[in-house]
Design a protein around this ligand. Sequence first.
Ligand code: IPM
Ligand code: MG
Length: 359
Amino acid sequence: MYRIAVLPGDGIGAEIVPEAVKALQAIGEKYGHRFDFQEGLVGGTAIDAVGKPLPDETLKLCQESQAVLLGAIGGPKWEDLAVELRPEVGALLPLRKHLGLYANLRPAFLFPDLVEASTLKPEVIRDIDILVVRELTGGLYFGEKSRKQSEEGEIAVDVCTYSDMEIERICRLAFEIARKRRKHLTSVDKANVIETSRLWREVVSRLAAEYPDVELTHMYVDNCAMQLIRHPRQFDVIVTENLFGDILTDEASMLTGSIGMLPSASLGGAVGLYEPSHGSAPDIAGQKKANPLATILSAAMMLEYSFNLVEEAREIEDAVRLVLSEGYRTPDIFEEGRIQVNTQQMGDLVARKIRERGK
Ligand code: IPM
Ligand code: MG
């Protein structure tokens, strides 16, 4: 039996998470696994219910589970709250920190049937298969923040800190992953200007000696942003610090057709956390328009990384691929001549595909 904490969160979170649960249930039935789903409150929804974005019971639930399935957090309703109460800073970041999730894996993989759905030209994005390894518990996000008045006016300060230990553990993981893929690692930094980036580059270069079979390239983040849309096939595994990873993964999502296609796994502690890379999309919340595939694919990553159920993970991915090749599309990836479906219909199609296919 596998214990899974389910945190739908805010906005479209409540619509997409149940669709990933359906896929896991279908896998459970087919392979004889029992998944025990326990729901918890998080984000703005938790603020409304109990006055805190990350209630103690929710944190405890996560710590006592084997994996966490998260929807999305935040929305305009809670944007004006004090910063530590806001869903992002008050729930998502502490959750990552408390669970020790320093490594965020975001695979930008293009399902061939979606090659026309991207805003980029098919010949540019064809066959891309990139894995971004984003450092998740350091850097600017977790540094000291302050405001002060000076003679020139108001000053805001965000401190960016990285230790060699923090850099080494994330880069080691990236080297290990690259070793199992196409053996090419791009380390992204801004070492021409930023001190933490210079330490980053030193540590990665040192580590490279232990991985002679992996080809290491250093790239400045501004150049990487450009290369990702100029020639994305040059990338295999990308490793980078927290803020750069946040920005580059939104960019990389467009290579896959939609940010609604980009799953993620956050690892490093005893409990892994799985969530789509997109946000709570308040503009379309409650309208059944959201694409549940990033969340469903995140559930596949859970099977692989937390439970080591690799065949079952591939089964979910194959079901998604088949449903897409039959022409079903949520609005974000819809094109003329395809069949438009809503959030639940997409989830049902994937779950049914899992059930009806032979093992
Ligand atoms: C993400 C999100 C979060 C982040 C926000 C909601 C704090 O953008 O997971 O990429 O910046 O890490
Ligand atoms: Mg982001």
